[in-house]
Ligand binder design. Sequence first.
Ligand code: ADP
Ligand code: MG
Length: 384
Amino acid sequence: MSELLAPILPGATLGVLGGGQLGQMFVHAAQAMGYRTAVLDADPTSPAGLVSHAHVRSGYEDPQGLAELAQLCAAVTTEFENVPAAALRTLALQLPVSPAGDAVAIAQDRAAEKAHFVRCGVPCAPYAEITTPAQLAAVGANLLPGILKTTRMGYDGKGQARVRTAAELAAAWDAMGRVDCVLEKMLPLVHECSVIVARGRDGAIVHLPVQRNLHRDGILAVTEVHAGNVPETQAAQAVAAAESVAHGLNYVGVLCVEFFVLDDGSLVVNEIAPRPHNSGHYSQNAMDVSQFELQVRCMTGLPLVQPRQHSAAVMLNLLGDLWFQDGMPRTPAWDQVLALPGTHLHLYGKTDAKPARKMGHLNITAATPEQARGVALQAAAILG
Ligand code: ADP
Ligand code: MG
């Protein structure tokens, strides 16, 4: 979209493709700023659809649904990484769409994503594409042990297999139905971190502080954000790398870039998400601008101002497992958790709790990282 466009001011309707929790938090941020909202999602009970002014109940590929959304909205964004890029391109013929279909298409494809990192001069894990038996046979021993990842549709550790030998690799590829994959060398991770950048249509860019992330079973469990959570050199490198990845895509919107810090101190990029990210949720309570407000500002052409962190933060993901004890359903003791200072509960309104399902998150803010961590430990003990 041209930078000559006037900003879209509050009062207008903003649309989002996808009705999950990221869409819900986008809707809340947009509404708080005085926008109306429209959500496109086929699920009548989608978290975002439930809180939006309008809810178009259609699939992403339904031309009528897309036309209805375009009719309602002044601009459209996405919350779901696997929304077909074609849907974004179709909408972009009629109204401003950010991020663009071309950028989302790259984030949807691990091979294209890695090729983009290489183009930007940002180091990533050594890898090989595996789309044919010949490519499988040609894999060098230098990539083993490794992680085989489906090129498309993987998330929360799904679509991945850890392999030690060529025989295990071949068996894992068979088990995945020989779909297109990349094999990545298994790296010695010391920390995982991520950076969220927001880039406007004029190319202006701001970023949130470097987030340190802890995963359990391939799913984000805890994010900690305070100065010094990642050594300063790596933090500065991560921000610079995230910015070059965004500039290289001519990206408009909120982009999360995930990194690994290795045992030799080097930093490698892991993957990108073309939307707000679970690791940025602390920004709702610990920053003066949240990642969702940044998404609103990007898509409307409002100014981007560098966000400021005013509190140390810990974010705990609340998975459906917490709704069960010894196999029996229960309600977590929210009253006890909320008695702790600096706790901010965010639940997405999903009615059916299932193990590993993201039901909400708890942001903890405090004056110091030690205090935030102390409260996080107490909250975790209560939630059991
Ligand atoms: P997803 O799309 O499921 O988030 P990722 O590629 O981020 O997939 O992988 C999930 C997790 O698996 C990472 O956060 C990290 O903990 C681990 N992992 C992924 N790739 C590697 C690697 N090359 N070496 C070591 N650990 C890895
Ligand atoms: Mg990941």
